[in-house]
Write a protein that binds this ligand. Structure first.
Ligand code: GTP
Length: 851
């Protein structure tokens, strides 16, 4: 303090103290922001010290009494640059602070004393405790010794007297453990008695007791409760377990409890097993640790990782060995309930009929469909350009509706039927009045009859002068189509698609037929139906035209269509109008699927994305399996076995085309290319550009990618380059077929053709040492060549076929011997030759085969 003052007073005498600057901020004794008061304290000291007062008195006796009374304070105030009142209040504050500090110090002192007393008491108690424990220990040892002795006596093994000593010694470790536990328990209770905090969780070790000891030892330390190395070392000698040892003990106890508890509370679960499951998934389903499953399999000699897939049998074994119950499910179970059961009759409401137009080429199917489209009474109002989406609905004047499937030709019809989609209710058979029943008309009749859909005959081109409807009806009789005019039940309507006549009669006939069929569906349920057409369009993604058969399909619904799924982003009709929902028999384009489903595949609304993904994944797997023709089992062994079994060789190709139709057409044509030895198979045929997944599929199947009127995107191109997958671009279907055909021909094993070159007769047989039997022959016909194939004929029967070892003229090896010349011949590893045998000589030539 004085130092500070001296520093404050400059060399040139005392400067008045100011509040600014560091002069008064002596913080050692009055910390926490009371620095200013320290400056003032010095002045106050001077003022109150008797010595100073005397000096001051001596100095100030000269002035008046009033001055003398005022001067000390006033002078100081002046010196400090403060008013007298300020100085007084400051001095008071200082006094107060001092008093408080003194009080706090006293309190601290008291607290310290109390603490040390407590620590002392703790120590005493612990010592008592120790003493008790020591006694207990001695007692136990004594007891153990007695017990051992008793046991010995009972066994009457006096000779083994040393065992009596050894017994307690043997028991020691166990006992020591018990002792430790007892000791720690005792310590805990004692501490609790003392109001100490004892954590009961796990095995409480003596380490918990140390804080008490530490407190007693380091009474001057504020953090004496903390366990330090020193504390532990200096602490109670009898309880020197390290923190780590306590932790270990606790961990052991925890494990013991877990294991014991686990066994006791073993819950048997019903584990659902699909056809294939990963180790991790299996462990999760059993609520076991994956590591345990891996360990189990290791013991069985199988090295697996958690992500490895197990088959159902292996998984079942594991599940039962782990004590759970197996419930096998087939993968196809995911599809259960995908297409819901039939609705109760009372929920169904009438729905418009779905009509397909079929007939011979150029009989006017397209023209008729266009003409019917034009009859729509609301089409004009709505405006918009109609687009081909594969299906459209016509609103009749009567208010009724008819849905037409705009995919003329029975190929599309049968393709749909082949996929189990009976979308058509009524078939319109178009027959040109001037042409009559033609081969494709007959085919169409067969398809229609097979589907069970009633037929309505539309006798078209009635405007033509040479139209002869009666002939048409007569011809139809031969194919068991008996029209109403001939007392049958099939309606026949005369129309002209060109002149648009008879169309009303036709639509009327359709509605009449529909009424007879009593077409009904429940509109108040999630929608399902059939995919009519699909393709991937630039900028729109995959677009599928669907026809709802039951329920209502809304925008935002999650649908699964074939192996594709997605949330319906938009519903668009053929006039390009956005719809919010579509009901039974209503077609619309849907956007939002993750791929193009195949025409004829069923679609349905599912409750959530997870379910949609599950079904779609399953179906994609199925497709892939069907495409690769494997019944599962991808191991090398199984593959080799398959290869050995099958003599047929296959070329796999991945086909991507601009539209589904082309993809299918190429795929079908390819399949027709092969023969019994080689053939080609499209493992994937879909519309859309070539993407990475196509390349990967091609890579996996060692197949080239055929890109028909489509291109590969950049990533796919790069991947194909990196993986060595060939992408072939085509725009003419015949070129695709030619190339594949050439490749197949290349795979055909060349034909081996045999050409006879000569005969030789054996005149004599010589037995030559080291060489064996040699035939002395004369070439009777053609030429005999070394290295060519030979047959040995005896009485016109082939008794051996092989090669010549030697061909000699006198003593020289010669390449060939001509007719009329004698020579020596020996067979390769064949000796049974006789005089009079004939040797036939031939050459094999390989000829490339064609398909
Ligand atoms: N005169 C006359 N010609 C018609 C009529 N209907 C269609 N045509 C003509 O017949 C030809 C074939 O008609 P499309 O509608 O293309 O026949 P299609 O059955 O769809 O033919 P494909 O699609 O090749 O199977 C066209 O030139 C039409 O103009 C009709 O009612 N009267």
């Amino acid at each position: 303090m004085s130092d500070a003052d001296e520093r404050n007073s400059g060399p040139g005498g005392r400067r008045p103290l100011t509040l600014r600057g560091g002069s008064g901020t002596v913080q050692q004794s009055f910390s926490r922001g009371r620095s200013k008061s320290v400056v003032v304290e010095k002045k106050r000291k001077r003022a109150v010290s008797p010595k100073d007062a005397a000096a001051q008195g001596a100095k100030t006796t000269v002035p008046t009494a009033k001055q003398a009374k005022e001067s000390p304070l006033a002078a100081k105030a002046r010196e400090l640059g403060l008013s007298e009142e300020e100085l007084i209040s400051r001095q008071r504050a200082i006094q107060r602070a001092r008093a408080e500090a003194a009080e706090r110090a006293a309190e601290r002192q008291k607290a310290e004393e109390a603490r040390s007393e407590r620590a002392e008491a703790d120590k005493r108690k612990l010592e008592e405790l120790k003493k008790r424990e020591a006694e207990e220990e001695i007692r136990k040892e004594r007891e153990a010794a007695e017990a051992a002795a008793a046991a010995e006596a009972a066994a009457a093994q006096a000779a083994m007297a040393e065992d009596g000593d050894a017994a307690p010694a043997r028991k020691d470790p166990a006992k020591a453990k018990d002792k430790d536990r007892d000791r720690s328990d005792d310590a805990e209770s004692a501490l609790e008695e003392m109001g100490g905090r004892v954590k009961r969780k796990g095995a409480a070790g003596p380490g918990r007791g140390t804080p008490a000891v530490a407190r007693q030892k380091g009474s001057d330390r504020r953090r004496s409760g903390k366990l330090t190395i020193q504390n532990v070392l200096e602490g109670d000698e009898g309880r020197q377990r390290s923190l780590a040892s306590v932790r270990r003990a606790r961990e052991r106890e925890k494990q013991r409890r877990q294991q014991g508890g686990g066994e006791r509370e073993k819950i048997t679960r019903e584990v659902v097993l699909p056809e294939a499951i990963t180790v991790q998934d299996l462990a999760a389903r059993m609520a076991e640790r994956a590591a345990d499953v891996v360990k189990y399999l290791m013991k069985q000699g199988q090295m697996v990782r958690v992500n490895d897939v197990l088959d159902q049998d292996t998984a079942e074994l594991i599940v039962s060995d782990f004590g759970h119950v197996v419930k096998r499910v087939s993968e196809s179970d995911v599809e259960t309930g995908f297409i819901a059961e039939d609705d109760p009759e009372d929920t169904k409401k009438p729905r418009p009929p779905v009509v397909t137009v079929m007939g011979h080429v150029d009989h006017g199917k397209t023209s008729l469909l266009d003409a019917l489209r034009a009859t729509d009474v609301v089409a004009g109002e709505a405006g918009g350009i109609t687009q081909h989406i594969g299906a459209y609905q016509v609103n009749l004047k009567s208010g009724e509706k008819i849905t037409f499937l705009d995919t003329p030709g029975h190929a599309a019809f049968s393709a749909m039927r082949a996929r189990g989609a009976q979308a058509t209710d009524i078939v319109i058979l178009v027959v040109a009045a001037d042409d009559g029943v033609m081969p494709q008309t007959v085919e169409a009749i067969k398809h229609a009859k097979a589907s069970g859909a009633p037929i309505i005959v539309a006798v078209n081109k009635m405007d033509k002068p040479d139209a002869n409807p009666n002939k048409v009806l007569q011809d139809l009789l031969q194919h068991e189509i008996v029209v109403e005019q001939m007392s049958g039940d099939v309606q026949a309507i005369e129309v002209s698609a060109l002149k648009k006549t008879g169309l009303d009669n036709l639509t009327e006939a359709i509605t009449l037929q529909a009424e007879l069929l009593e077409l009904k569906a429940n509109p108040d349920r999630p929608g399902d139906g059939v995919v009519v057409e699909s393709q991937v369009e630039q900028g729109r993604g995959s677009v599928a035209t669907v026809l709802v058969k039951r329920g209502t399909l809304k925008r935002g619904d999650i649908v699964v269509a074939g192996a594709q799924w997605g949330r319906v982003r938009a519903l668009i009709d053929e006039r390009g109008q956005q719809l919010k929902e579509i009901g039974p028999s209503q077609p619309a384009e849907i956007l939002g699927l993750d791929g193009a489903p195949e025409p004829g595949e069923l679609f349905a609304v599912v409750e959530n994305e997870a379910r949609a993904r599950e079904i779609a994944d399953y179906r994609q797997r199925q497709k892939r399996q069907a495409a690769t023709g494997s019944g599962g089992g991808a191991s090398l062994e199984q593959m080799m076995a398959r290869l050995q079994q099958s003599e047929q060789q296959e070329i796999h190709v991945v086909i991507k085309a601009d539209v589904q139709g082309s993809a299918e057409a190429i795929a079908q044509s390819l399949e027709k290319l092969g023969n019994e030895e080689v053939h080609a198979r499209a493992i994937h045929a879909a519309p859309g550009g070539v993407n990475e997944s196509d390349v990967m599929l091609a890579k996996a199947s060692k197949a080239p990618v055929i890109a028909f009127n489509v291109r590969a995107n950049k990533q796919a191109r790069e991947l194909a380059e990196a993986e060595g997958v060939e992408i072939r671009y085509y725009s003419i279907i015949y070129n695709v077929l030619d190339d594949i055909k050439a490749a197949l021909e290349g795979m055909l094993s060349p034909e081996q053709r045999e050409t006879f070159i000569g005969y030789a007769e054996i005149l004599e047989v010589f037995n030559i040492t080291k060489v064996g039997k040699v035939a002395g022959c004369r070439v009777t016909e053609g030429v005999v060549k070394r290295g060519s194939g030979v047959r040995l004929l005896r009485d016109d029967t082939v008794i051996h076929e092989g090669k010549l070892k030697t061909l000699k003229r006198f003593k020289d090896e010669v390449p060939e011997v001509r007719a009329g010349t004698e020579c020596g011949m020996a067979f390769e590893s064949y000796e049974d030759i006789q005089k009079g045998d004939l040797i036939e000589c031939f050459e094999i030539t390989e000829v490339e085969r064609k398909l």
